[in-house]
Design a protein around this ligand. Sequence first.
Ligand code: NDP
Length: 244
Amino acid sequence: MEISFTGQRALVTGAGKGIGRGTVKALRAAGAEVIAVSRSPEDLQSLALECPGVETVCVDLGDWSATEAALSDIGAVDLLVNNAGVALLQPFLDVTQEAFDRNHAPILNAPSIHHQIVARHMIKRGVGGAIVNVSSQASQVALQDHSVYCATKGALDMLTKTMALELGPKKIRVNCVNPTVVMTDMGRANWSDAHKAAPMLNRIPLGRFAEVDEVVHSILFLLSDKSTMITGSCLPVDGGYLVT
Ligand code: NDP
């Protein structure tokens, strides 16, 4: 199945590392113009060297007004990937305000503002578009020490569905992918301990965690014209974790 994004412009958040970085590279390889949005300038500089032609925007997506200022003049965007996120895991009774704000802000606050900026542009241009939010299997199942992360990703799933409902008539599709653990920096920080990872792996019918490319391919499918009748869906990329 050939997927091409030639002539389309994509914006990817959390583009500096992991799944976001992989998504930028795959979109470029498939012909898209790409705006890479992330927080650490050195990541964006190395990405621009690796992927010539990628535009970069350095902003903390946890800051609503800074995000609005950085992206309000971004222009036409056909494809949006809301991927930025952090996972600060704490037992529920020990959750701090800081952990709540740091988990919640990039996943929900900022996606809301740049969802709005991008969707308004799409509607003004009358061409529609496609949006993919990077959620998690944690949106649908409780995991130890994940209360804030699970709650935030659960909210992201519902944001995806309500946006699909409201933006569908404007020809904008909105979906999310819900991966299991991926051994990015985030995955390694939380799942490198084999003792902790074993029960999770034992519940995955395919018996392993996901690779970055497996998530990226699902994102590209949902952005592409191969999924034109799919909106409001939450696609597990979890080796079957959620079936049990
Ligand atoms: P990484 O930690 O590898 O990369 C996350 C990227 O997002 C980094 O470039 C980071 O920048 C950026 N980012 C985080 N917060 C902000 C912010 N406030 N403003 C701007 N950029 C920000 O994570 P992954 O690639 O693993 O995760 C990507 C998404 O996938 C997340 O939404 C995560 O919840 C989700 N996911 C990940 C899984 C996993 O096991 N890895 C499993 C399921 C879902 P910086 O490093 O500079 O902070």
